[in-house]
Ligand binder design. Structure first.
Ligand code: ARG
Length: 513
């Protein structure tokens, strides 16, 4: 059995059950690219040759007298941190640098490490890499494989690093990429919705509140409502990305290090904004994950509502939309069935995304500072959330591209439900009637329609005047859904001009012509 990387103080090896229970390689190997990226930045930083004059003199480790000797190129000076095997000085070597330079590892070791990491990445991607559960996690698998590959120099890679800051770094990098990809998926869905709106310009549909017919709206207006929600979803992810983009690397186990590392250098190399200020915070917290999964959950809820709406609209009872066969499935027993399963599963899978967030919230709630092994349980829910939300968005795009709104059926349904009633109340306001009074008048007109089984526009002027003398011939300009929709003028309303300008805005915003 191979000795553990941490095996020095142990006399017995762990039981098989413990090994199996504690391993994470079965899932965290998905972090390999980001782990290698972090190791590259770390190795380069370790080898960064700092002018010894500045480093040692300013930190007070070296006396002025030794400084003069070093300055004269005497590399035999014992390094003040680790004895003869520590800091690696780099003599001017024919160059005309006035001062010897010094790093935590030599340039040669760095190059061996970087080449080794390249080879490991190549093997992983070629499927030649053997992931070993006895090597516990992705970090130790890669480090041990690097040692197998290049020997001694690999043992210097973990200088001034712990798996605690390493995993936090890997995971932030991974989440950053995942966020970028989800934002692109959101944009694609927004584009599909805008195209759908453009395809159905001018189509009036019943607007609902309490799932009861409320007021007429343009279908474009409804589709753009989804687009707005998705825009905020993307915005939340962008905010989350900005807040998570700080580097934990160099926080080490929890307390930082006594070795002269440069956290700003690794932070820059990895595209982070800056190193996290507090090393304990850096390895302890997963609030960036909570925020990320919260944002995903809200997106999932938006998609779920949309899914529910489209499932409902695809029913015989509504019949407002028909998905093409390519995005429908059938029944194993009922030969006639054609079901909108993709959108049902969009609704259904939102539960997983919310569940993933709840798992993470509960995971974190009782953890004392700093790192706790519990945190290893953060990985799978995040992977699941990302995979699920991505699938939900992608299938929603396809559904939107393959759905037809049934103009005729929708138009036939419009007379029901007195969708123009509120517009008539507004009409009375323009005639000087207080709104509450107008509301009551129109309510009585609706009651008359209900008893007669007709529409408001079918009432004669006499009948209307019988309810209120304020009604005049011009009321018929307000009656009927077409007229009613034309009357909306407020900013953000369903009025055609307003919706047209919103549609223009979104088409330009998303680069659609
Ligand atoms: N696999 C661990 C994780 O994902 C890495 C950190 C382990 N650290 C430790 N001290 N055991 O959290």
């Amino acid at each position: 059995k191979e000795a553990k990387l941490w095996g020095g103080r142990f006399e017995e090896s762990v039981t098989e059950a413990v090994e199996k229970f504690t391993e994470s390689i079965s899932f965290d190997k998905a972090l390999y690219k980001h782990d290698i990226k972090g190791s590259r930045a770390h190795a380069s930083m370790l080898a960064h040759q700092v002018p010894i004059l500045i480093l040692h003199f300013l930190s007070g480790y070296i006396k002025f007298e030794s400084l003069l000797r070093l300055n004269a190129g005497d590399c035999s000076i014992r390094n003040p941190f680790l004895g003869s095997s520590g800091l690696q000085s780099c003599p001017p070597n024919g160059s005309n640098l006035p001062t010897p330079f010094i790093g935590l590892i030599s340039i040669e070791d760095r190059d061996k490490i970087l080449q080794g990491l390249d080879e490991i990445e190549r093997r992983i991607e070629a499927g030649e890499f053997v992931w070993r559960s006895d090597r516990e996690d992705v970090h130790m698998n890669i480090e041990a494989a690097l040692t197998d590959l290049i020997g001694e120099p690999a043992k210097k890679l973990h200088t001034a690093r712990s798996r605690n800051d390493q995993v936090a770094t890997d995971f932030r990098l991974w989440c950053r990429d995942a966020i970028d990809s989800i934002i692109s998926s959101i944009k694609r869905f927004q584009m599909a919705l805008v195209r759908l709106a453009l395809k159905n310009e001018g189509l009036i549909v019943p607007g609902y509140t309490h799932l009861q017919r409320a007021q007429p709206v343009l279908l474009e207006h409804l589709l753009l409502a989804y687009v707005e929600q998705l825009e905020r979803d993307a915005g939340r992810l962008t905010d989350c990305r900005a807040r998570l983009n700080y580097s934990p690397l160099g926080a080490c186990a929890l307390a930082g290090t006594g070795l002269p590392i440069d956290r700003f250098m690794t932070s820059d190399a990895l595209g982070f904004t800056a190193p996290l200020r507090n090393s304990i915070d850096a390895v302890s917290d997963r609030d960036f994950v909570l925020e990320f999964l919260s944002a995903n959950s809200i997106t999932a809820i938006h998609l779920s509502r949309l899914g529910e709406e489209w499932v409902l609209w695809a029913s015989e009872e509504f019949g407002f939309l028909t998905p093409s066969d390519s995005v429908s499935t059938g029944s194993s027993i009922m030969p006639q069935k054609k079901n909108p399963d993709p959108m049902e599963l969009v609704r259904g899978k939102s539960a997983r995304v919310v569940g993933d967030l709840v798992t993470l919230l509960v995971l974190c709630k009782g953890l004392p500072h700093a790192y706790n092994r519990d945190l290893q349980e953060d990985t799978e829910p995040v992977f699941d959330s990302v995979k699920t939300i991505t699938g939900m968005l992608e299938v929603s795009v396809e559904f939107a591209q393959n759905v037809t709104f049934n103009r005729e059926k929708i138009q036939k349904s419009l007379p029901a439900g007195h969708l123009d009633a509120t517009t008539v109340a507004d009409y009375l306001v323009t005639k000087g009637v207080p709104f509450r009074t107008g509301h009551d008048i129109v309510g009585r007109a609706v009651a008359l329609c209900v008893s007669k089984g007709c529409r408001l526009q079918d009432l004669t002027l006499n009948e209307l005047k019988g309810i209120s003398p304020v009604f005049d011939e011009d009321v018929y300009d307000y009656l009927g859904v077409e007229n009613a929709v034309k009357k909306f003028i407020s900013y953000g309303s369903t009025g055609s001009e307003c919706v047209a300008s919103q549609l223009d805005f979104w088409a330009a915003q998303l680069g659609i012509d």
